[in-house]
Design a protein around this ligand. Sequence first.
Ligand SMILES: [Fe+2]
Length: 458
Amino acid sequence: MLWLKRAIKWVSILFLALLLIYAVVRPYQLYTDSQIEGDRAPYLQMQSANAMSVVWNTAEPEKGVVRYGRSPDDLDMEIRENEIAEAHEIRLTQLQAASRYYYAVGNTEAMKYGGSKEDWFMTAPVTGAKNEAVRLWVIGDSGQPGKIQHLVRDAMKTWVKSNPREGKPFLNQWLALGDNAYRSGTNQQYQVALFDAYPDILKNIALWPAYGNHDARRWTFFDIFSLPEQAESGGVLSGTEHYYSFDYANIHYVMLDSQDSDREADGEMLNWLQRDLQANQQDWLIVAFHHPPYSKGSHDSDDEGDSRGRLVEMRRYVLPVLEKYGVDLVLSGHSHGYERSYLMDCHYGDSSQFSDKNIVSPGVEGNNTDFIKVKGAHSGAVYVVAGASAKVDRAPMNHPAMAISMMKAGSLVIDIDGNYLVARYINTEAEIEDEFTIEKIKDDSWKKYSNKSYTGCQ
Ligand SMILES: [Fe+2]
């Protein structure tokens, strides 16, 4: 039996050696994958009514320079960095609201990017402005590079081009619902899945990202994105880039972290959320986070084990707060399909508990498409899962809270103007697969559209 003892000994040594190599190599790999290296063209962050951050990277350390102005032929303002760096971020401040600026980016020797009439951004309208036509583009789980991603992107451009708005840019705002770079959110994966995929959009429109499970495999997300932890773009300061809020015209946006932050009712995120929503005076409330509270797509919101309970916890703890403060629209991804709910309220259990009693209103003519609601607590919200901007998975797609479920790639184009919102799911052929509207009215006339079975939270 001596040979057996020796064999066990050598196998154990080999196993320990492999474990040691992994213990050394893995942190090194995590570190190097997370480092931002090389040149990266400028992109826009933390848009507000009077400021915009321009962010870019250089392969070698240098002092960054941004020139900007109201005309591409006259970039009459300039900001220079004081220190040399490879990661650059310059915040342009004291800008005029709702105004177009042109910009160029480089170093103290020369400008390297921009300077043409295509290189512009727009500041946000003043907070509370009621009659600004706002066009918002929403992509979800967009981080799989390739054909579907490109078709979805180009279909949005085609649709928007054939449905322009007088005197307005092609988009005003851009949200990404998480899993922005597969598989692990490395710097290289972000380069391919985001920066190489959307270069002409990134240079004009500020991107507001949510944090997905695939983004969480490295820490590049927080190095790439510059997010308003100090309430730089409105709202109440969160003190973290994991979750934040911002204002645009008469809309208040909240981006939550369903991945790594405490989702419990008495946790830090929900405490901040309560404070933020209590202070909010805006006409519209739109909330986005990665893990959907209702889905029978490639993730199942009934399954306590799915994504370690994140879907269930977001539904159980976060939705009561959002609905208490009158949320209008909740956007999520994670499931790679499209699911859109009724105008609903107070459904915090599993899907078997959903019933007609949770439907606030079936909408105009009972079509469950054109919704009318008031501002206020438990006034009904539409929940959308839009996680098919780069991949589609086969799934049951039969959650009873959903008026529409489909396994089709696409993205959302949402127009908000005054008290009216229209959202469209645009497929890869630039066709509308789903369209719904929400009109917010101030008087009691919405009651004629109310669902008689609706019971409120009981
Ligand atoms: Fe995900």
